[in-house]
Design a protein around this ligand. Structure first.
Ligand code: AR6
Length: 175
């Protein structure tokens, strides 16, 4: 979608894709606190990037929930991987929304620091970690839009299922 006319380069694109195939400056990884790999998008990113990614991740000594860390992309087409750790859903009254917001904010803070102009996000926490997809997409879009108000970048919301795409489309109607 296009943002305001004074900032017309900035967009959020909804794309159905495997994030590991995207030629962007940075892909975001929905990691766990160890940063040492796992299933879902984390597993896909590590296997596409290769063992050097794991090696660099070892040196980071983990990451608290809601924070983010950056590495090189190695075998990925993306130059960087921004690893963030989403909250595990536990009913919604345990700070999950704020933690998920922090993930997006901290990823964007690193993107700004590294002059990243194109960045692709999976639906953080909305897989293994059980965050309800519609709610996760609403939070994601709000944070993406608020970054795009300040910065001229391309943000890709990667949908790995038709349901994810539908949830983003529904969430977009609220804005
Ligand atoms: N490209 C884009 N999106 C993907 C891909 C892919 N290749 N694979 C999965 N997704 P998840 P979480 C979507 O479970 O919920 C790992 O084991 C997926 O359909 O990857 O934050 C970590 O090590 C979903 O919409 O991440 C942690 O232990 C979204 O990515 C834990 O899972 C996030 O699903 C993190 O769980």
């Amino acid at each position: 979608m296009q943002k305001d006319p004074d900032n017309w380069h900035s967009t959020i694109k909804l794309v159905m894709a495997d994030i590991t195939t995207l030629e962007v400056d940075a892909v975001v990884n929905a990691a766990n606190n160890s940063l040492l790999g796992g299933g879902g998008v984390d597993g896909a990113i590590h296997s596409a990037a290769g063992p050097e990614l794991l090696e660099e991740c070892r040196g980071l000594c983990g990451c608290p929930t809601g924070e983010a860390r950056i590495t090189r992309g190695y075998g990925l087409p993306a130059r960087f991987v921004i690893h963030t750790v989403g909250p595990i859903w536990s009913g919604g009254d345990n700070g999950e929304d704020d933690l998920l917001r922090n993930c997006y904010r901290n990823c964007f803070a690193l993107a700004e620091l590294h002059d990243i102009k194109t960045i692709a996000f999976p639906a953080i926490s909305a897989g293994v970690y059980g965050f309800p997809m519609e709610r996760a997409c609403r939070i994601a879009l709000r944070e993406m839009m608020s970054y795009l108000e300040k910065k001229n970048v391309d943000v890709i919301a990667v949908c790995f299922s038709k349901r994810a795409l539908w949830c983003y489309q529904v969430a977009l109607q609220d804005f």
